[in-house]
Write a protein that binds this ligand. Structure first.
Ligand code: FES
Length: 161
């Protein structure tokens, strides 16, 4: 079932917030809706959003691809997103990521075989002076974890299980 069929009232409410000539501004809300439905932004959802906004699929993909909170593939139940941007790298984020990857038995970008964790490398999440830092994304919730050691990070993940 399409987003428009399943969420017609919600979509109407989203579009009501914008003048018709600026309806493309609804893109973030529509992407959020699509991800809430499937856990990621599928090609079909991008096509539907593009049609609703009368823009190209490439434009929708460009926005979806820009934000680390939008996902293009179905992944693990929990997304472990480690910031490795420059300020965090200066505080050891790269080696933290590698240690965490080794402990989980995956490489960055991969999902653990049990489907629980996807380890991702992301750009600044706004906690530069408290690196190593990662966020855990699960459905609609995000939790931040700062000044992490490997042991502390594994304890956080264990609590999720
Ligand atoms: S650079 Fe990592 S949180 Fe800002």
């Amino acid at each position: 079932m399409s987003l428009a069929q399943k969420y017609s009232q919600e979509i109407q409410a989203i579009f009501a917030k914008y003048p018709p000539e600026q309806k493309r501004s609804a893109i973030m809300s529509l992407l959020y809706l699509a991800q809430r439905e499937e856990g990621y932004i599928s090609q079909e959802a991008m096509k539907e959003i593009a049609d609703m906004l009368e823009i190209s699929v490439t434009e929708v993909a460009g926005v979806a691809g820009f934000y680390t909170l939008f996902h293009r593939q179905k992944e693990g139940k929990y997304r472990i997103q480690v910031c490795t941007d420059l300020p965090c790298a200066l505080r050891g984020a790269d080696s933290f990521l590698q240690e965490l990857a080794q402990a989980l038995g995956v490489r960055p970008g991969e999902t653990t075989p049990d489907g629980r964790f996807t380890l991702e490398e992301v750009m600044c999440v706004g906690a530069c002076h408290r690196a190593p830092v990662f966020q855990v994304q699960h459905g609609d919730t995000i939790t931040f974890h700062e000044n992490m050691s490997l042991e502390e990070a594994l304890a956080v993940l264990k609590k999720l299980e």
